[in-house]
Design a protein around this ligand. Structure first.
Ligand code: GLN
Length: 189
């Protein structure tokens, strides 16, 4: 999804894995055949507004609810969450998590660390930028990574979310994980 934010870096990571990618900027892009969708980081309020203004929202929501493999990073995770803590706002509501926006406060909003993630061997570099974290998850949501007591990655069926930006590091194992575990396993390949 290329309405705003860090989509170019996601596309580079996909290309490094020899995965074909195209940008979704308007409705005619959103209805093209696709095996998976990535929602990048950026500013969730801006992306949320553009989704509605450009009339892309309804089609994408239908596809995600229909099982389209979807990966949201940072603002992308906020857009996919069932609830944004302390607000009435929700966008796709595609995964049963409550997220807290700008959750680390001003000082700690942006930082890098290395931590483990279920399903990936060894530690992966994690870059957080004015990051949200996951405050709570519904019963059937799988927690994939916890950093300093906060949930930072989770998955339910076709929806994968991370509070951090894997596309801003040279490591593309998370994109590989999305391809292998979410996209290809769904298509039975
Ligand atoms: N703070 C942003 C938001 O609330 C998310 C930041 C990001 O995507 N890096 O949408």
């Amino acid at each position: 999804m290329a309405l705003q934010g860090g989509f170019a870096e996601h596309i580079s990571h996909l290309q490094a894995l020899h995965v074909e990618a195209f940008e979704i900027r308007k409705l005619s892009d959103a209805v093209r055949p696709m095996d998976g969708l990535i929602m990048p980081g950026g500013e969730s309020t801006v992306i949320g507004k553009l989704l509605k203004d450009l009339v892309i929202y309804d089609d994408l929501k239908k596809r995600i609810n229909g099982g389209l493999p979807t990966f949201g990073t940072c603002a992308g995770m906020i857009l996919l969450a069932r609830q944004i803590a302390g607000t009435e706002t929700a966008y796709f509501g595609a995964i049963d998590i409550v997220v807290k926006r700008n959750a680390y406060g001003r000082q700690l909003g942006s930082f890098s660390t290395e931590a483990e993630m279920k399903g990936i061997e060894g530690k992966i570099p994690m870059t957080f930028i004015r990051a949200p974290y996951i405050e709570s998850v519904g019963a059937s949501v799988e927690i994939l990574s916890v950093v300093e007591g906060c949930i930072v990655a989770a998955r339910k069926n076709n929806v994968l979310v991370t509070a951090f930006h894997p596309e801003l590091t040279a490591d593309n194992r998370l994109h590989q994980y999305f391809m292998d575990k979410v996209v290809l396993s769904r298509n039975g390949k």
